[in-house]
Ligand binder design. Structure first.
Ligand SMILES: Nc1ncnc2c1ncn2[C@@H]1O[C@H](COP(=O)(O)OP(=O)(O)O)[C@@H](O)[C@H]1O
Ligand SMILES: [Mg+2]
Length: 287
C-alpha cells in the first residue's frame, strides 16, 4: 500500500481499546510517517498513545508489541492487536519533556544546566537499568525518552532486543548519525541479522546527549566534505565505519561534552558501560 501524503485512519479496534482504558476518547494526531502513525487519545479518565503501523510497517509495530509484552515494564499498560492491513498498540500517554526538550536551555545558551543535567543522569540510569536486565533499546534518539515526574519512559521499542529474543531482520542500526562505528562496519560488511549491543547503545546514548546539547549531530560531516543527504544512510554508515570524521567543534557544555567525547572516540572494548557513563556525568558535569 502506498504511503503518500494521505492521512491514515485510526482502526476502530484501537479506539475501542483506548476507550476501554480511559473512557470515550478524542483523537489528536501526533505523527504520521513511514507508514506509522501516532495519536494522542484523550478520554475522561486519562490519555493514551495509540500507535498504528500500516502495510509493511505493521510488522514493525507488531514486533514493538511483542517487545513490550516481554519487557514487562511496570508502568507500560498496553493493549495491542491486528486490524487487517494494520497493527495497533495502545499505551498510556507519558507526560513530560523529551530529552531534547529538557536540554532547551543549554542549546539557547541560557546558562542554567540543571534540568539538562538531571535529564542526562536520569536517562543514563534508565538505560543502565535496561542493560542490567539484558535488554538493549537499539534506537535511542533525543525524542525516544520522556522525562515524567515519576521517571524516564523509553518509547519506540520496535528494534529492542535481548539474548534469546530474535533480532528483527528489518533492523539496520537505527539513526545512522548515532551509530557506533563497529556496528556501522558490521552492517556495511553485510552481517545479518544486525546485532544490537549494549556497547553500541552507550555510543548512541553519548551521541544523543551531545545532540541535545548542541542541536547538531556529533560528527562534523562538513569537515570531511560529506553531505549526509547526498550519500544516504548506507553511504553515511560506510563513512562512519572508517572513523575518519572528527567531532563537531561546538562546545556549549564543555564539561559534559568532554565526557561524551571520550565515549564517542573510544574503541568499543574501552567504552564505559551505561552505569559508568552515569557516574562520569554525575562527577564531571554537575552544574
Ligand atoms: N506513550 C507515549 N507518550 C507520549 N508521547 C508518545 C508516546 N508514544 C509516542 N509518543 C509521541 O509520538 C512520537 C512518535 O512515536 P514513536 O513511537 O517514536 O513513533 P515512530 O516509529 O513514528 O518514530 C514520539 O516522538 C512522541 O512525541
Ligand atoms: Mg520514533
Amino acid at each position: 500500500m502506498p504511503h503518500g501524503t494521505e492521512k491514515q485512519h485510526c482502526p476502530y479496534e484501537a479506539v475501542q481499546a483506548a476507550t476501554d482504558l480511559y473512557g470515550p476518547v478524542v483523537l489528536h494526531p501526533v505523527t504520521d510517517r513511514r507508514g506509522s502513525a501516532v495519536w494522542r487519545a484523550v478520554g475522561p479518565d486519562g490519555t493514551a498513545a495509540v500507535k498504528v503501523g500500516f502495510g509493511d510497517a505493521a510488522l514493525v509495530t507488531a514486533r514493538e508489541a511483542a517487545v513490550l509484552d516481554q519487557m514487562r515494564l511496570p508502568w507500560y499498560r498496553t493493549a495491542h492487536g491486528d486490524a487487517g492491513d494494520a497493527y495497533w498498540i495502545v499505551t498510556q500517554w507519558f507526560t513530560g519533556p523529551s530529552t531534547r526538550e529538557a536540554f532547551a536551555a543549554v542549546r539557547d545558551g541560557e546558562g542554567d544546566r540543571r534540568d539538562a543535567y538531571r535529564a542526562a543522569v536520569d536517562l543514563c540510569r534508565t538505560v543502565a537499568g535496561l542493560h542490567e536486565r539484558g535488554w538493549v533499546h537499539s534506537d535511542l534518539q533525543p525524542e525516544h525518552a520522556i522525562h515524567t515526574t515519576t521517571g524516564v519512559r523509553l518509547i519506540d521499542m520496535s528494534w529492542s532486543w535481548r539474548p534469546g529474543f530474535p533480532p528483527s531482520p528489518r533492523f539496520v542500526g537505527g539513526v545512522p548519525h548515532l551509530l557506533a562505528p563497529e556496528l556501522a562496519a558490521s552492517i556495511e560488511a553485510g552481517d545479518r541479522p544486525v546485532m544490537p549491543s549494549s556497547s553500541a547503545e552507550v555510543y548512541a546514548l553519548a551521541g544523543l546527549l551531545w545532540t541535545c546539547a548542541t542541536g547538531r549531530w556529533p560528527l562534523d560531516y562538513g569537515w570531511v566534505g560529506i553531505r549526509p543527504h547526498a550519500i544516504g544512510a548506507a553511504g553515511l554508515r560506510q563513512a562512519i565505519s572508517v572513523r575518519g570524521i572528527p567531532l563537531d567543534s561546538d562546545r556549549p557544555w564543555p564539561e559534559l561534552q568532554h565526557v561524551l567525547k571520550d565515549v564517542l572516540l573510544a574503541p568499543a572494548s574501552e567504552r564505559p558501560t551505561a552505569t559508568q557513563l552515569t557516574d562520569l556525568i554525575v562527577y564531571k558535569a554537575r552544574p
